[in-house]
Design a protein around this ligand. Structure first.
Ligand SMILES: [Fe+2]
Ligand SMILES: [Fe+2]
Length: 533
């Protein structure tokens, strides 16, 4: 049932892993893109992950011990061996971009056990706004020790990266170079990279500009993809109700793949689609939203891109078991009876049965079964179904639990007449971090939707109402997202309102605009989804 085998690994285990080495002469002979080249690249990535692990140990140990202490010997020696192995052709560069770690240009994809280490290094680099860390062959034991001591002793609250760099030079630390974080969105491939350092931008309509706006076009494609995927869920649910005829998942998978391609370009635009809420279509929209949120979270976890579509598909049908619940119960406006609750609590198990009937039991992917079976279990097994045998939750199940809860609570549906505001939901979920939800995954999820999540309504100091379009690019200013003004101080709707980067400062260093309070979306009857289309 579980698609990922979770093995408890301790920090000691990680350190004890053998270090892979390779010959310089061989690496130079192997052609890039060849099978052997791929193996070499994979080996480098594994070394990169070990380097990150040891760097994390070094930083943590330096917080406790002096730089000459023997406790630092092991991480320092291991790092030096790794650097000497890896830096034969060029200095080793670790990069941080959009909260992803890269070794040179290769994304360092980490597994569930390595995630805590990666998150710890990402946080440490973010505090100093470091975008790149380069180690050359010139680096020696004293340099690593001195650098780590500086890194933990200087206060990033009062010192800038420049100060850290100056100290590095003053102390004659060699072989280590720092790079600032880049301000541009580098992941866009269509020439539409937005300069995130520019503050207020006009909301340009794609019509009447003469040339088609590729960003607007991508959003239209994403919206069409959303409709297609919602359509597939509708057809499949109906077919399950009609008796479980064999159906093809191909159309849904193709539509999901389109959405994934768009997400790599513009995650916020795709997440914005999840604010498309339509009352009577709750189940279909919910399924698509859970799929999009799961894909975005899995992408941040470092899921291989080829597996994202499978996860998206599994997420899309996580509530298939609801097809066994009569429509009158699902649409009941009042309280559920005990019997109704029994039916509801059976939907994860019923889902596995429905799905297996559709595809033939031999053909049901484990990830799909896990998505349905585990999505209400909770990390601490406080949910349902209750099991009498020991169980290990799959990564798919843990991702789904977060995406499912977030969307269900923020959506309007029949038996919860008013949706909760996204920030209230996030706060409620954070209060259950480590209990109902996997703490590391929840943290990554918050990075994804922002601490003031996409789609939230806020009031600015001007008394204008605005909607959150995407999280702040700069994580240290997470409470200052990108917003668009949607109503004037008197509450009158504004068409094509200003788009504001709330991290923008004026000449004297004060923020130009600030949020004075969060608005419960139910307080004003605005359909925030239209600001994403
Ligand atoms: Fe469910
Ligand atoms: Fe659900």
């Amino acid at each position: 049932m579980s698609d990922i085998k979770i093995k408890e690994t301790t920090a000691e285990d990680e350190q004890a892993q053998p270090i892979l080495t390779h010959e310089k002469s061989i690496s130079q002979k192997i052609a890039r893109g060849s099978e052997a080249g791929d193996i070499l690249d994979q080996q480098m990535v594994m070394l990169g992950i070990q380097l990150v692990t040891q760097l994390n140990v070094l930083i943590k140990t330096s917080r406790i011990y002096e730089r000459t202490n023997a406790a630092l010997d092991k991480p320092v020696d291991t790092m030096l061996t790794l650097i000497k192995t890896m830096a034969q052709d060029q200095p080793v560069t670790l990069r941080l971009q959009n909260d992803f770690l890269f070794l040179w240009d290769s994304h360092l994809k980490v597994n569930a056990q390595q995630m805590a280490v990666a998150t710890s290094i990402i946080d440490a680099l973010n505090v100093w706004k470091i975008g790149g860390l380069t180690f050359s062959l010139a680096v020696e034991s004293k340099d690593l020790r001195e650098f780590a001591a500086l890194f933990v002793s200087l206060d990033p609250e009062t010192k800038a990266l420049e100060d850290l760099q100056k100290e590095i030079t003053a102390r004659r630390i060699v072989g280590i170079e720092l790079e600032e974080q880049r301000q541009l969105q580098l992941r866009s491939t269509h020439g539409t990279a937005r300069n995130t350092s520019s503050g207020t931008t006009e909301n340009k309509s794609p019509e009447g500009t003469g040339s088609p706006d590729p960003k607007a076009q991508r959003k239209v494609n994403a919206k069409n993809g959303y409709a297609k995927v919602a359509g597939s869920v509708g057809t499949l649910t109906q077919s399950a109700r009609d008796g479980g005829a064999a159906v093809s998942f191909k159309q849904a998978k193709r539509a999901i793949q389109n959405i994934i391609d768009l997400m790599v370009d513009d995650e916020a635009a795709v997440l914005g689609l999840t604010t498309l809420r339509c009352h009577d279509q709750y189940t279909h929209n919910h399924s698509v939203n859970v799929s999009l949120l799961s894909i975005a979270l899995a992408n941040r976890v470092g899921y291989p891109k080829v597996e994202l579509a499978d996860l998206g598909l599994a997420a899309l049908f996580h509530d298939m078991g609801k097809s066994t619940i009569p429509m009158e119960v699902l649409n009941k406006p009042g309280e559920f009876t005990d019997e109704d609750w029994v039916a509801m609590r059976n939907h994860p198990t019923e889902g596995v049965l429905s799905l297996s009937k559709m595809r033939g039991i031999t053909n049901l992917p484990g990830r799909m079964a896990a998505a349905s079976f585990e999505h209400h279990m909770n990390l601490d097994f406080s949910g349902y179904p209750k099991l009498t045998v020991p169980w290990t939750l799959s990564l798919t199940g843990r991702i789904l639990t977060i995406a499912d809860c977030y969307d269900a609570m923020t959506s309007s549906r029949v038996y919860r007449r008013e949706p909760m505001s996204p920030s209230k939901v996030l706060n409620m979920m954070l209060s259950k971090s480590g209990k109902s939800f996997d703490a590391v995954l929840l943290k990554l999820f918050v990075n994804c939707v922002g601490i003031i999540p996409i789609g939230s309504m806020v009031m600015l100091e001007t008394n204008e109402l605005a909607v959150v379009l995407k999280p702040a690019a700069d994580k240290t200013n997470a409470e200052r997202p990108f917003v668009r003004v949607i109503a004037d101080p008197q509450g009158n709707p504004v068409e094509h309102g200003r788009e504001i980067d709330l991290t923008e400062k004026n000449d004297i260093g004060d923020f130009c605009h600030s949020i004075i309070r969060l608005i419960d979306n139910t307080e004003y009857k605005f359909d925030t989804s239209r600001y994403f289309t």
